[in-house]
Write a protein that binds this ligand. Structure first.
Ligand SMILES: Cc1cc2nc3c(=O)[nH]c(=O)nc-3n(C[C@H](O)[C@H](O)[C@H](O)COP(=O)(O)OP(=O)(O)OC[C@H]3O[C@@H](n4cnc5c(N)ncnc54)[C@H](O)[C@@H]3O)c2cc1C
Length: 391
């Protein structure tokens, strides 16, 4: 497996893939496994990726970024994942938060946040999911009311499954204003510092083995300065989707990387392991499912590149549809590749030494988050095919 390059990829992107893959190989799966077992974070890899300009490759050059787009950022995440050491916080910090601030932030917010997000010295988490809303974001109830005396915002609500809040300097919280408390979501985005009074977090015990922890958040009248609001309080869904489409493309890249990593381990094993005359990879019952996984990953990679291309070209509507489809295809391809890889290794598929079984849980994340495969199929049914809605 040399990569997902060729058609629809520029020479620059192919060169970026090669360079990131080399960094990934220097760290590899063993590094991440050790970090996770120590309850630590992949700080060394994060710092090295930042130093090479990979973490802020999508952010504007005038704020220290690489001046590229989600196409480049997704290449970075995919290649680190294919090497066995993905950096999950890339999905939220530079991709969602960096994009939203770069597109809708004030000059002051850009100056305050983008250089740090670009050089990796600061990170930002992202919180939209709520316990009583789940997939139905229109039901979120986190509410901001304005203190008429000071102009401050007071933010109250609950969030769940928010990744990396402990390591992030701040979390971009999606709420709604008091004036728009009911009805379809008119989202407002607020930067909430990690240590803001009234901002409480509790880690959720997960079966997932990952360096990034998930948190339940309680916001109890968290007082925020007027300039904690990013963008316009009346802008509606457009601003939010400017961040959510990159999130979907990055989740697709995360899934592609993991799928490629698992498939490569299985192919390597199947070429070598011999229990009859020829290596097990000579049996078509082993070879064909692996070949199918490769095809599925290639196809999902193509769709991911299309989505990134549309997004970077400023076509938000077409990018939304493509990003959803890419995320669904990549997540499914990843789940199948991991399952097939574990099976290919027989008993070794379940050993700690080969480290593939834990990916069975990890590969499910991309099917559930940030939007489940059913919600994507709903989207395609209604938005693309024009079918009626059941809910
Ligand atoms: C590891 C991990 C990290 C995460 N990180 C973040 C984060 O950083 N920030 C954040 O905001 N969120 C995060 N999430 C939350 C994630 O986005 C949600 O879990 C996801 O949106 C699904 O919501 P839910 O879990 O409430 O599922 P539910 O909405 O309760 O859905 C449960 C099941 O019902 C199905 N379903 C629901 N509605 C329909 C329908 N209309 N038609 C058909 N099927 C339907 C779903 O597809 C799903 O299979 C994370 C989740 C995980 C697992």
């Amino acid at each position: 497996m040399t990569g997902m390059s060729t058609v629809l990829e520029s020479e620059e992107h192919t060169a970026l893939r090669t360079a990131v893959a080399a960094l990934g190989r220097r760290y590899g799966r063993d590094y991440l496994t050790r970090v996770v077992s120590e309850g630590a974070h992949p700080d060394e890899l994060w710092a090295d990726a930042a130093k090479l300009g990979y973490l802020g490759v999508n952010l504007p050059e005038e704020y220290g970024g690489g001046g590229g787009g989600i196409a480049e950022l997704s290449v970075v995440l995919e290649e680190l994942g294919a090497a066995g050491c993905p950096l999950l916080m890339m999905v939220v910090s530079p991709a969602i938060c960096g994009t939203v601030i770069a597109r809708f932030g004030t000059d002051e917010q850009k100056r305050a946040w983008l250089p740090g997000l670009a050089d990796g010295s600061r990170t930002m988490a992202f919180g939209i999911t709520e316990p009583d809303a789940g997939s139905n974001s229109h039901r979120i109830t986190t509410t901001a009311r304005k203190d008429p005396g000071t102009g401050d915002w007071l933010l109250t609500g609950r969030k769940v499954f928010i990744s990396g809040v402990d390591i992030a300097d701040a979390t971009l919280i999606v709420g709604r204003t008091e004036d728009a408390r009911t009805g379809s979501l008119k989202p407002c985005l607020f930067i909430v510092d990690r240590d803001a009074p009234g901002f409480q977090r509790r880690p959720i015990a997960m079966e997932l083995k990952a360096a990034e922890k998930q948190f339940e958040l309680v916001l109890d009248d968290v007082r925020l300065p007027a300039d904690a609001l990013v963008g316009d309080e009346d802008a509606g869904l457009l601003q939010l989707f400017a961040g959510l489409n990159p999130e979907r493309i990055m989740t697709a890249a995360f899934a592609l990387g993991m799928g490629r990593f698992a498939l490569a381990r299985a192919v390597e094993y199947a070429k070598d392991r011999t229990v009859w005359k020829a290596p097990i990879g000579a049996h078509q019952a082993i070879a064909h499912p692996l070949a199918q996984c490769h095809v599925d990953l290639e196809l999902a990679g193509l769709m991911t590149r299309k989505a990134a291309h549309l997004y970077d070209a400023g076509n938000d509507v077409a990018a939304g549809e493509a990003a959803n489809m890419a995320k669904l295809a990549a997540a499914d391809a990843c789940v199948k590749a991991v399952d097939q890889a574990v099976h290919t290794l027989g008993g070794n598929g379940l050993t700690a030494e080969f480290g593939l079984a834990s990916l069975i849980v990890a590969s499910r994340v991309a099917r559930i988050a940030p939007v489940s495969r059913e919600m994507i199929l709903n989207y395609v049914s209604h938005q693309t095919l024009g079918l009626p809605k059941s809910y």
